[in-house]
Ligand binder design. Structure first.
Ligand SMILES: [Zn+2]
Length: 365
């Protein structure tokens, strides 16, 4: 700074004020880790979008035995800002999230955005095309238990590794969007956030996203993610990397549920507004009711399952929720509510394997 400029500043207090404000703004945006993509091209594999552009394409993922591809849309805002990653189809038979992203992405104009969206439309293509629940038909693994993944692993592990190595490093926030799986009745819809990780700033940023998404209920996931090897879920892997993240659960039963689709689309718009990526004119939301501890009952053996109580009902501890039969129709197990609370998830279809979750009851905090 030369003397002439100093004199100019003293003579012009407004100029000094503007300069100070600019310096403070620059400092703040750096601390938030935002503005990192200012006027940069965002690219994943051969899919690349310059500021003000959108681009769609696929990334191939191959293992020694199998091959898959992941369809992705990048929408890079004209102005700089944070990057939000949206993921659907980690479980291939959860359709509401997949359709939400297909509806929403063409409706968003990059010229109105400050920041970027990276939408992973169907993460687990083998499970989607194979119509499997929980697992990939390629290797029998549950992708949402396979994070952070392995560069030289099975197809599912390599898919997780692709996300944590190529997509998460671009993200300022991650939304992992699910439904109840193809055999799961899940009601009400909820958002989940990791509430006890050591990095308080990540927990607080995640909690704020859960509060503004607009669903009636939120689950505060308990427990530590230390060591990082505990972060086997897609959302927890983001948290372990210091990236704010929430899980969304809306819809289920392998149905195209238009109510759930609308909930997800609206929630994503609210998160974009909350992060400063895109303004919306949506009304403010009421804070959700928080589910604290959740208790589940698992199948003691293989068999057939028949639920008796609807989800979203308040149940009393010990209340009969459903029963299992053997192959000949004889009742072999009764699932009773492990606590008093709300029945938020139940298996719907008869086939169950030993150890699988039958019901979940949540305590309202
Ligand atoms: Zn899922």
């Amino acid at each position: 700074m030369n003397d002439r400029f100093t004199i100019l500043l003293i003579k012009r207090p407004i100029l000094l004020l503007v300069l100070t404000a600019f310096l403070l703004f620059s400092l703040q945006t750096n601390l938030l880790g935002q503005q990192s993509n200012a006027n940069d091209i965002i690219s994943i594999g051969s899919i690349a979008a310059a500021p003000g552009e959108r681009a769609s394409g696929t990334v191939e993922i191959t293992s020694d035995e199998n091959a898959s591809f992941v369809p992705i849309t990048i929408i890079n805002g004209k102005k700089s800002g944070p990057t939000l990653v949206l993921m659907a189809g980690i479980h291939g038979s959860e359709y509401s999230p997949i359709i939400s992203l297909q509806n929403l992405m063409p409706a968003i104009d990059p010229n109105e955005m400050s920041g970027a969206i990276i939408a992973i439309h169907i993460v687990n293509m083998p499970a989607y095309l194979g119509r499997t629940i929980y697992i990939s038909p390629a290797d029998g693994k549950n992708l949402n238990r396979s994070f952070p993944g392995k560069a030289d692993g099975t197809l599912t592990e390599r898919t997780a590794y692709f996300l944590t190595s190529k997509v998460y490093p671009l993200a300022d926030a991650v939304l992992d969007i699910h439904s109840g799986d193809g055999n799961e009745q899940l009601r009400p819809s909820w958002v989940g956030y990791y509430s006890e990780e050591e990095d308080a700033a990540v927990v607080e940023a995640s909690r704020k996203m859960a509060m503004v998404f607009g669903l009636k209920y939120a689950v505060a996931f308990k427990g530590s993610l230390t060591p990082k090897s505990k972060a086997i879920w897609a959302g927890s892997a983001a948290i372990a990397m210091g990236i704010p993240s929430i899980d969304v659960e809306a819809g289920g039963m392998g149905i195209v549920n238009h109510y759930a689709i609308e909930q997800i689309e609206t929630g994503i718009r609210r998160i974009m507004d909350h992060l400063g990526i895109l303004e919306t004119s949506l009304p403010p939301v009421e804070e959700p009711t928080i589910f604290g501890k959740r208790f589940s009952v698992n199948a003691p053996s293989d068999g057939s399952w028949f639920p008796l109580v609807d989800t979203e009902k308040m149940v009393e501890e010990g209340e009969l929720i459903g029963f299992m039969t053997d192959w000949y129709g004889k009742r072999i197990f009764e699932a009773r509510a492990p606590i008093s609370g709300m029945l938020i998830l139940r298996l719907e279809a008869p086939p169950v394997k030993e150890g699988e979750l039958l019901i979940t009851v949540a305590k309202i905090e």
